[in-house]
Design a protein around this ligand. Sequence first.
Ligand code: BG6
Length: 487
Amino acid sequence: MNKIVFPKDFLWGAATSAFQAEGAYNEDGKGLSLADIRSMNINPDEEPTKALANKGDKIADSTVASDHYHHWEEDLALMKECGLKSYRFSIAWTRIFPNGDDEEPNQKGVQFYENIIDRLNEYGIEPIITLYHFDFPAGLQKKYGGFSNRQAIVDFVRYASFLFKHFKGKVRYWLVNNEQNAMIRRDGYLGITETNPLKREQLRHRCNHYMYVACAKAITACHEIDPEAKIAPVMAYAPHFPLTSKPEDVLAARNANDLFFHYMIDVHCRGEYPGYYIKWLKDNDWCPEITEEDSAALKKGKPDFFAFNYYRSNAAEYCPEDVDPELVERLRVDARSRILPGLCRCLQNPLISEDERNKWRSDPIGFHIAFRNVYELCHLPLMICENGYGAPDTLEKEGLIHDSYRIEYLKNHILQMNEAIQEGIPVIGYHAWTFLDVISTSEGFRKRYGFVYVNRDDNGGDLKRYKKDSFYWYQKVIKTHGKSLMD
Ligand code: BG6
């Protein structure tokens, strides 16, 4: 019999990220980030306003996004009305240091976040802040190649330390980087333009390592500056299940889980790369230089809790060593079908039916399994930073949005989280992605996740906010402390 067991101080929350929500991409001194460049699809060497004018076609891009920069008071009032206990959002590095390494912080950028943090605290909503959500400063990318250069570690820790000092006592939870494991898969997120596959992969793994060192050093800085604050990285997690019970497929699923996800729990929480990961890098000639100082930094900067994002599970099967390299190259970016020759081939789970609306194979039980897997490896309190259902919504004439599909998805997942808590797994918070509609990283405003509808599409809109059915549903879940899930 299912019993609702959420702890008393459970953080019922929702999330957004800076470049997906804020807009005002160049206002009040903000510098350009790689996220802006990707979402606007512009040439980073051209002056942005000119580049946008030249581009001609209109897409839902980060110039406006959900215009949270100008609507933040209204948005926070809606959070209060919904009853949120926590709000997970990110700070844009380029609002604080427009070029990434400026001598002085940009006061207007600092003030923007200070206003939000103060208002959240006033409302009794815990601010949970990500330092880096896919939006590396374009200035540093141009200057020294971003995270492929050790200087990025120094600049990131300086940026993070500034925030720890400035918001000491006001922010109790920090998240270092969002989905490093998703970031390193995508060249545009790392600013990689190298076309030689070997050099490109070497570069990717160097960026990955430097990001781990930067994360560990930021964690250490946080502990030194504000010992009361808690800090963690955020992992993208899609557990992979064996396509069949053939030992080869079981091992393939294990390889996918370990090489895409589980190894990073080791790096963050034990401060060491596991042997299988180093072997994989060496076998492919991808291993970055790992100095003694790096190893010491990794050992020192351990998180206080562990955060992950979950949307769906996946499957994996055995893949021979001599698979066509062109196929490997073609599928390398899509997490749902990538191939590691000799190790695994990922694919969607054929035993889970496809949702007609968004073509997802949603798997709430996979969420339960995810809690077990992650906790078994880190033995730290867990926080969910993203879980949500992306689909187009219809704004009815009366300003209503009937998103029963989103409610169904969230309900089934929260109930599985409740199962994990019943088993004794310490889960401290849950953040639905997203509080208000934001630009999807892949489909602009064609795919929405929010409890609050933002009236804009690829051709613009008046940006008016409308509460969806899911807003009222989540409000009740929070108010009843999860009990309404059993209605
Ligand atoms: C997560 C990211 O991976 O997925 C978010 O942290 C993103 O930034 C979310 O928006 C959903 O993906 P998408 O492509 O539908 O926006």
